[in-house]
Design a protein. Structure first.
Length: 399
């Protein structure tokens, strides 16, 4: 089974009351359908409406007061045929968010799902420490799960509780029926985006486990942090140069270790942000993050200036009539040559530092060292031509 949407629905006594903003944000009760309904009535109606718009996916509804009860688990169509399970719910009792979350963790029926998206809907107070403990237990058992929350008529204490339990998720407030409907839709959209992001992470975790069993090179998952969207231009100008840099530096490491290349690209996905799954270059990525990326940040202004001056010189050469006097042209060319020399010297110094990590015992000599150094310099050049920033994603393990 792939994914399930689990709704934790507060049916405590306070849910039998009306919203604090009875007239809605616009001040017109007539324009807000169901504005005068009780909180639980509105929640039941909007929940069923949201379920009807789901794609083919399983859903579970757990009602909770002082205790919790799973009243439905199955596919969307089955629930829509038994709407009375939801519409017949009545409000009574107190509120225990911990009991609701614990019911998910302890229910073996959820263990077969790849992804759990939990939505907590509540208006009441609950013990923060117990609720936080229960949320931590749930995420420990299901590392890819997320908990989104909707709090109706929030208070400071109530907000503190839902903020604490909404792990990997979001918190939304609702003071009217319209806001509750928007919050339901927003939470569901966030859950779907989370499922997409988890696909790359789930693949990475499975690959990591497989590499341990087979004693093969471990995978490395990179998450792009500079906000690029995956398209042809980004692939050409940012992703490909970065991957070529990895390949060149890894090539230098292979020369030093006397082994054949083992690096592969498992996947590149636009799961907002871009995720790049690689195999066999974990040490190379760390080397680049430790040396090359800080160097690029430090010299970003100088690299940009160099590119601008190169373009200016190219434009001047292309012009049939150059308005600059001979002395001025020579001065600008000298400035460009000086800047090029400074950048080249800085790249060379960086390459030498990286070579000390690649070949700490100075085993490489002659042509082998020259080839390894050439590859490192090529990798530095490729990284200098892109501003793509990334981080290494840590593997999520249960427990």
């Amino acid at each position: 089974m792939s994914a399930i949407w689990i709704v934790l629905l507060d049916t405590s006594s306070s849910m039998d009351e009306g919203f604090s903003a009875q007239s809605g944000t616009g001040g017109n009760a007539i324009s807000e359908t169901g504005a005068w309904a009780k909180k639980l009535d509105a929640a039941k109606e909007i929940l069923l409406r949201q379920v009807s718009s789901l794609r083919a996916q399983d859903v579970a509804v757990i009602q909770f007061t002082d205790s919790a009860q799973n009243i439905f688990q199955g596919d969307r169509d089955a629930l829509l045929k038994r709407t009375g399970l939801i519409s017949g719910l009545e409000a009574s009792g107190g509120t225990s968010i911990a009991a609701a979350l614990d019911s998910v963790t302890s229910d073996s029926g959820f263990e077969g799902y790849r992804s759990l998206s939990v939505l907590l809907l509540t208006d009441g107070q609950s013990d923060k420490d117990e609720a936080t403990r229960a949320a931590n237990d749930l995420i420990a058992k299901y590392p890819f799960a997320r908990i989104d929350s909707i709090i109706i008529d929030e208070t400071d204490d109530g907000r503190a509780v839902v903020d604490a339990v909404s792990m990997n998720g979001t918190v939304r407030n609702a003071t009217s029926t319209v806001q509750l409907g928007n919050a339901f839709s927003g939470a569901r959209a966030s859950g779907l985006r989370g499922e997409l992001q988890n696909m790359a992470l789930a693949r990475f975790t499975a690959q990591a486990e497989l590499s341990r069993l087979q004693e093969s090179p471990p995978p490395t998952l990179l998450r792009v942090t500079t906000g690029e969207l995956l398209n042809a231009e980004t692939l050409r100008d940012s992703v490909v140069p970065t991957l070529l840099a990895f390949e060149n530096v890894e090539g230098a490491r292979n020369i030093a270790r006397g082994r054949e290349p083992r690096a592969t690209i498992s996947s590149i996905s636009q799961d907002a942000p871009i995720a790049i799954n690689l195999t066999g270059i974990k040490e190379t990525v760390q080397l680049i993050l430790e040396y090359a990326i800080p160097w690029r940040r430090q010299h970003a202004e100088r690299l940009s200036e160099l590119e601008i001056r190169k373009r200016e010189c190219e434009i001047e050469k292309a012009e049939q009539e150059n308005t600059l006097h001979g002395f001025e042209r020579e001065r600008r060319q000298l400035d460009l040559a000086k800047l090029q020399f400074e950048v080249a010297r800085s790249k060379w110094e960086l390459a030498e530092r990286m070579m000390k990590e690649i070949d700490p015992d100075h085993q490489l000599r002659g042509e082998a060292r020259e080839e390894a150094l050439r590859r490192v310099l090529a990798g530095i050049d490729q990284l200098a031509n892109t501003r793509l920033e990334f981080e290494v994603v840590r593997e999520r393990l249960p427990g």
